[in-house]
Design a protein around this ligand. Structure first.
Ligand SMILES: [Zn+2]
Length: 259
């Protein structure tokens, strides 16, 4: 029962904007009676665990995300198998991130389990580090299986050439919290943002936002993709800094694919 409750909560909060889309909320956690949280000051990441009993895992959890990805064990992992379709552009600014909700029908298979793509969203700068190095931006593709088990794929972004995939989103980015843009005429496909190389880091962690629920299957693609300085700024100017600091690895094994 306890596990079930936890999974339900995990599904509820990570898919906060799915709820928002269905119920017409702005997507803010306050809608479900949870406490206000931010990325700085008294409601910042160091305090998340005490803002609400529901957020306790943010400070007591020992399998938290993000982390610094280093000293990973090389392993022959299956490639992350993406089966993504196009989706009408449906963007929401939930006050914490810019999120694009996905229509049903796109999946990813990782660890021989298939998960459905719910949404993707952005962090500036990156949340994960690689050998201590931070990146300008990170995109999280959030997937769910059955009862609510989550798998998140991270795509690191560095400054370079303009990224065509991001253009459609930037053109319609909702500038203010609680705003959304639904552009039926524009179809995007998250497959277009993925790097060619399938190499990735793999570990078990958590949501990187309250309630920081654990049991999340993480795959962070090793090869960063490029985005122009102007594109990164287009996101940063709306979201601000929205990266949780890296957390302790503790007893976890980090794996790194070799193919
Ligand atoms: Zn995220």
């Amino acid at each position: 029962m306890k596990l079930r409750k936890r999974l339900a909560m995990l599904a509820m909060v990570c898919a906060v904007v799915m709820l928002a889309a269905v119920q017409g909320y702005g997507g803010h956690a306050a809608s479900s009676g949870s406490s206000h949280w931010t990325y700085e000051g008294e409601s910042g990441p160091e305090h998340w665990g005490t803002l609400s009993p529901q957020y306790a895992t943010c400070s007591t959890g020992s399998n938290q995300s993000p982390i610094n990805l280093h000293a990973a064990y090389e392993a022959k992992l299956d490639r992350v198998a993406f089966s993504y379709q196009g989706t009408p552009l449906n963007i929401i600014n939930n006050g914490h991130t810019i999120q694009v909700n996905y229509q049903p029908g796109s999946t990813v298979t990782v660890d021989a389990q298939t998960y459905e793509l719910l949404q993707f969203h952005f962090h500036t700068p990156s949340e994960h580090k690689v050998n201590g190095e931070s990146f300008k931006m990170e995109m999280h593709l959030v997937h769910k299986k059955g009862e609510g088990e989550l798998a998140v794929v991270g795509v690191l972004m560095k400054e370079g050439q303009a990224n065509r995939f991001l253009d459609a989103i930037i053109q319609h980015i909702p500038k203010h919290a609680e705003e959304r843009s639904m552009v039926e005429a524009v179809t995007i496909n998250a497959a277009d943002v993925l790097p060619e190389s399938g190499e990735y880091f793999h570990y078990y962690g958590s949501l990187t936002t309250p309630p920081c629920s654990e049991g999340v299957n993480w795959s962070v693609l090793k090869t960063p993709v490029e985005a122009s300085a102007a594109q990164i700024e287009a996101f940063h100017s709306v979201m601000g800094d929205n990266a949780r600091p890296v957390q302790q690895v503790n007893q976890r094994f980090l794996l790194m694919s070799t193919q």
